[in-house]
Design a protein around this ligand. Structure first.
Ligand code: MG
Ligand code: FE
Ligand code: FE
Length: 168
């Protein structure tokens, strides 16, 4: 823990650490949802979906790295047990039990929309109170906004293609 680094935080640090551990649980669940989704997804445009899911899985793990480093800097402990992820998580986990591309994209879009809300809240809570966490949260928020748009445009392409096929 950095003692001066912790002192300058103008927020209740234990409360902030709890918020960060909830975000950390979200990131690991999001990572796994994308990772396993990339293994099972099927249907038209499967290759494009796999490429996007693999990239997002890596991004979510990088977010877990960023959030856990900040937890340690502030004197906290990153959640130690995967069994605790469900209980801590804001956004939960949607198992891709139906691996059809449309369903997998919809599930992950829902997850991204939740992540956007989580980091938008954290950005607002930390603004001018904890600039280090603020910078981290806004960087992650920008990624989650990009993720949502990537998946929504893929879903739009998929739906446009199916619509064309139906008309013919
Ligand atoms: Mg992407
Ligand atoms: Fe993330
Ligand atoms: Fe994301």
């Amino acid at each position: 823990m950095g003692t001066r680094g912790r002192q300058i935080v103008g927020l209740d640090v234990d409360g902030l650490l709890a918020t960060l551990n909830r975000a950390l649980a979200d990131e690991w669940l999001a990572h796994y949802q994308y990772w396993v989704g990339s293994k099972v997804v099927m249907g038209p445009m499967k290759d494009a979906a796999v490429a996007e899911l693999v990239q997002h899985a890596a991004d979510e793990m990088r977010h877990a790295e960023m959030v856990s480093l900040r937890i340690v800097q502030l004197g906290g402990t990153p959640v130690l047990k995967p069994a605790d992820w469900y209980g801590l998580s804001n956004c939960g986990y949607d198992a891709p039990e139906d691996p059809f591309i449309q369903k997998v994209l919809q599930q992950n879009i829902k997850g991204e929309q939740c992540a956007i809300e989580v980091y938008d809240r954290l950005v607002k809570e930390t603004f001018q109170k904890d600039m280090v966490t603020y910078n981290m949260a806004q960087a992650i928020l920008a990624d989650e906004v990009e993720h949502e748009e990537d998946l929504q445009s893929l879903l739009e392409d998929y739906e446009a293609m199916m619509e064309r096929a139906r008309i013919r």
